[in-house]
Each structure stands twice: as structure tokens, then as C-alpha cells.
Design a binder for this molecule. Structure first.
Ligand SMILES: Nc1ncnc2c1ncn2[C@@H]1O[C@H](COP(=O)(O)OP(=O)(O)O)[C@@H](O)[C@H]1O
Ligand SMILES: [Mg+2]
Length: 355
């Protein structure tokens, strides 16, 4: 009769199709038990946005059944714990992964993609924050229909000091910070370098983000100063570069990629937005290949995206059935998996308990 230890050995050697490594080295196997001819296998996914769980379940089941003739039932149970880079450690933030969403120029749908990504991650069950670092053209409050002013809160530190903290605005369970809450969206601000740095420091360091799996940051287009400040404060999980399929936009995206590389922010990949009749299709995928970065998916050009954004109901793109829903969830999964892959490749990841 087969033993639980033998089944465990089989499952440990099973190669995860997404990461191309066995479950033991990925530390994804959390338990194996055997009751007669029925095995129960507990798998801990590194992100709840792991794509196509049924396929993984099937593959594990067949691998166990084919290795052990006397096991006839295989139950696979999934849980997930987001693996993170401990992105915010340097500034005392309990944020596992900070994701920058950038672009070479404005108007390509960067804020739309950033907000959709936040809702996508939330949809999969992650705890999420969304920070609008586009201090020149904040649009996150508008897209989410968020109003109000963040409150200040006094906090006692363990050594008896009183410090002031900003309480972020919360919408649909997503914590938000934006200059739009402070100055009104239409008000133009002229920033000097030190002011910009100070504002971002407050947004990150003095805001009560709490524990987050992912903090999505909507970056201002182009310029490198915000990216530089950000990279000095937190260890970013990486940057998502958004572009439209036209040639010019792709050139700009190339510049954005170089800019992120210059300030040592890893590139998670490119998203093609507004794919469709007007702008064409496939340009970003080709560009991503050329530049040796991953392609994270495309969001078609559809009226629903613009209308929902204008209404302050960008949430509906993820939460209601519509043509943008699946593309957004696919992009979300790809981004989360890129981060997980990066971490699983990186030997400096915090060690997790082994079975
Ligand atoms: N996939 C899309 N389909 C249709 N309209 C879109 C799409 N993505 C963005 N838009 C619209 O394009 C405009 C610019 O988008 P926005 O996210 O504000 O861009 P950025 O942050 O890059 O300046 C907005 O009106 C938005 O609703
Ligand atoms: Mg924007």
C-alpha cells in the first residue's frame, strides 16, 4: 500500500507549468495526507491571481494517479499567500509589492490601466492600495468616483512621541492617495523638485497604508524624477509600461522602459491599451519582444472603458460583465505572475517554512 510520504515525493517533484520548477523548490506544497485510497494535497499559491487553477489541479491529479495505482481520489486544496519583495521595508511600510504603472506620454490610458489593475488584484482577493503619483494630472479620484479629504490622525510611537499620519481615502476596499484630494483635479500645480519629493514622501511614508499585498502607483508620464524618488524610497516589485499600438507611442514606451532601467526599477512588462480599429494591434507585443521585456496583454479600445471612467465607476469594468473584464483580469494575472516569477528567481527572497 502506498504511503503519504511516497505521494509527497511525487507531488514535490511535480513541475508547476507556470514557473517551470518543481513544487518543492517553489515551496508551494504545504501538506499531503492519505486516507485509504484518497489523497489530499494542499497547495499554497504565491499569488491569488495565479491563472487557471483547474488546469493545475488536473495536472497534479493525473501525476499522482499515474505514479500510484492504489490512489484513486486526489483532492487538491488551494490557498494563497502573496510572495513579496517587502517593498516598503526601508520606510517602515508593510507593503509586499509596490508596482509602478508608467508610460512615455500622457493620454495612453495609464491611469485607467493602473486603476483597473488595482481592482483586478482586489478581485482575486489581494489587499490593495492605489497611489496617484501623477501629481501633474491626478485622475485616480475621478476614475474611482472618490471624493473627500484624507484625515490626519495622531499616533503615539512606542517611545512616547506623537506623530501625524494621513488616513487614506478608501473606496471599494482599496486605499487611495492622490494629490487630487488635496488640491482639486483641475488645479494646475507647478512643482519644484524638493516639493515633489516631499509630497511623495508623505504619500508613502506618512500614510497609513496598513498591510498591503500590492500598492499600485500611477506614475506621471515620461519624466524620471518621480521614478527616481520612488526607487530611492521603496524596493519596487517592478514597472508596468502602458502604450498604445501606434509607432510614435511605441517609441515613447521604449524611452519609458529605458528611464525605469536607469533608476534600477525592474520592468514587469508592457501593456497595449486601446488596441483596435483606430490604433491597430500588436505593436506593443512586437516592441516588447524587441526590448526583451514581457508582454502583459492588451486592453481593447471600447466605449465602455471611457464611459465608466468618466462616470467614476471604473470598478464596473472588473465587477460587471463587459468586454473589458476578461482582458483586465488577464493583464492582472500576468502582472502578478511576473512579480511572483521575479521573486522565485531571486535567491534573496525571505525564506519560507519548508514542510
Ligand atoms: N481601452 C480604452 N478604451 C477606450 N477609451 C480608453 C481606454 N483606455 C483609456 N481610455 C480613455 O482615454 C483617456 C485617457 O486615459 P487615461 O487613463 O486618463 O490616460 P493617462 O493616464 O495615460 O493620461 C480617458 O478618457 C480614458 O477613459
Ligand atoms: Mg493619468
Amino acid at each position: 500500500m502506498v504511503t503519504a510520504a511516497e505521494v509527497q515525493t511525487t507531488v514535490e517533484a511535480f513541475e508547476d507549468p507556470q514557473f517551470g520548477k518543481n513544487l518543492k523548490s517553489l515551496k508551494m506544497l504545504k501538506g499531503v495526507s492519505l486516507d485509504g485510497s484518497s489523497a489530499t494535497i494542499q497547495i499554497e499559491l504565491p499569488t491569488p491571481a495565479y491563472p487557471n487553477r483547474p488546469a493545475l489541479e488536473d495536472a497534479i491529479q493525473s501525476s499522482v494517479r499515474s505514479a500510484h495505482a492504489d490512489v484513486d481520489q486526489v483532492n487538491v486544496q488551494f490557498t494563497s499567500v502573496v510572495r513579496g519583495k517587502d517593498s516598503g521595508a526601508k520606510v517602515g511600510l508593510k507593503v509586499k509589492n509596490v508596482i509602478a504603472v508608467g508610460s512615455g506620454k500622457g493620454g495612453v490610458g495609464k491611469s485607467t490601466v493602473a486603476a483597473s489593475l488595482a481592482y483586478g488584484l482586489k478581485h482575486y482577493g489581494a489587499t490593495v492600495g492605489l497611489m496617484d503619483a501623477d501629481v501633474y494630472g491626478p485622475s485616480i479620484p475621478h476614475l474611482l468616483g472618490a471624493t473627500g479629504q484624507p484625515a490626519m490622525k495622531q499616533i503615539q510611537t512606542p517611545d512616547g512621541k506623537t506623530i501625524e499620519r494621513i488616513v487614506p481615502i478608501e473606496v471599494d476596499g482599496i486605499k487611495l492617495m492622490s494629490m487630487g484630494f488635496m488640491v482639486g483635479e483641475d488645479q494646475a500645480i507647478v512643482w519644484r523638485g524638493p516639493m515633489l519629493h516631499k509630497a511623495l514622501t508623505q504619500f508613502l511614508q506618512q500614510t497609513e497604508w496598513g498591510e498591503l499585498d500590492y500598492l499600485v502607483v500611477d506614475m506621471p508620464p515620461g519624466t524620471g524624477d518621480v521614478a527616481l524618488t520612488l526607487s530611492q524610497m521603496v524596493q519596487l516589485a517592478g514597472a508596468v509600461v502602458v502604450c498604445t499600438p501606434q509607432k510614435v507611442a511605441l517609441l515613447d514606451a521604449g524611452k519609458a522602459i529605458s528611464m525605469f532601467k536607469t533608476v534600477k526599477i525592474p520592468i514587469l512588462g508592457m501593456v497595449e491599451n486601446m488596441t483596435g480599429e483606430i490604433f491597430g494591434q500588436g505593436g506593443a507585443k512586437k516592441k516588447a519582444e524587441e526590448m526583451g521585456v514581457s508582454f502583459l496583454g492588451e486592453l481593447p479600445s471600447i466605449a465602455e472603458v471611457r464611459v465608466r471612467g468618466d462616470e467614476g465607476k471604473i470598478s464596473a469594468l472588473v465587477n460587471e460583465e463587459n468586454p473589458a473584464q476578461q482582458p483586465i483580469l488577464d493583464i492582472t494575472s500576468n502582472v502578478a505572475m511576473e512579480i511572483a516569477k521575479e521573486i522565485l528567481k531571486n535567491p534573496t527572497m525571505p525564506t519560507l517554512e519548508i514542510l
